[in-house]
Design a protein around this ligand. Structure first.
Ligand code: IMP
Length: 200
């Protein structure tokens, strides 16, 4: 089946395609669906922001649309930048934003962090599937790795000795917040499509 991902982020699109392809779900970009828009993410949680994007995409296409909202929560920053992860980087490079976080964490001495991803899928008839995925870890002492995107080079997943940017896409997707959230979503979607729905 085909589903539209309400995102203009090519890194996310690549990851979500890789996660959902083995489950028989083809992901179309907004451009492939013939619409380009940027919904205003003014929600107060990852799930609210994902819902805002999914609803805007359904309004534009009239088709089933899925959106994710994700970010990095750092203990030394009281859970920030969280839903403001993209805005925290702002006009800087991600390398500069990563260095900023590393300095804060070094000063505080608390390295705990996690990536969180909320997925919301909206159907044109108003039904909704909402799921979440989390990966726990810590902020590393070095900026390392060439894969992934955003804050991956400073995030060391629990049980690993290197950053998420040192993992291949396949390795990252197997453990990541986005991988977990979208695989849960795919299970729910399958139930809905088979008419055994219990939509959250
Ligand atoms: P949004 O979900 O498009 O609003 O953006 C989330 C932001 O969080 C991204 O721009 C990245 O800065 C960060 N982020 C989310 N997921 C990841 C990830 O898998 N790796 C690195 N950074 C991420």
């Amino acid at each position: 089946m085909e589903i539209i991902l309400a995102s203009n982020n090519p890194d996310k699109l690549r990851e979500v395609r890789e996660i959902l392809a083995p489950l028989g779900i083809t992901v179309l970009s907004q451009a492939q669906a013939g619409c380009r828009f940027e919904a205003e993410e003014n929600g107060t949680s990852f799930t609210e922001n994902a819902r805002i994007k999914a609803l805007a995409a359904v309004a534009a296409t009239g088709k089933i649309c899925v959106a994710d909202d994700s970010g990095l929560e750092v203990d030394a920053m009281d859970g920030g930048p969280g839903i403001y992860s993209s805005r925290f980087c702002g006009d800087r490079t991600y390398k500069e934003a990563c260095r900023d976080i590393m300095e804060t964490v070094d000063r505080a001495g608390a390295r705990g962090a996690r990536f969180r991803c909320a997925v919301v899928c909206r159907f044109p008839d108003g039904r909704e599937i909402a799921c979440e995925g989390v990966i726990e870890g810590r902020i590393g002492r070095v900026y390392e790795g060439e894969h992934g995107f955003g804050y991956d080079p400073i995030f060391v997943p629990e049980g690993y000795g290197r950053s998420m940017a040192c993992l291949t896409d396949g390795e990252k997707n197997a453990i990541s917040h986005r991988g977990r959230a979208f695989r849960r979503f795919a299970e729910e979607l399958k139930r809905v499509m088979e008419g055994r729905e219990q939509i959250c």
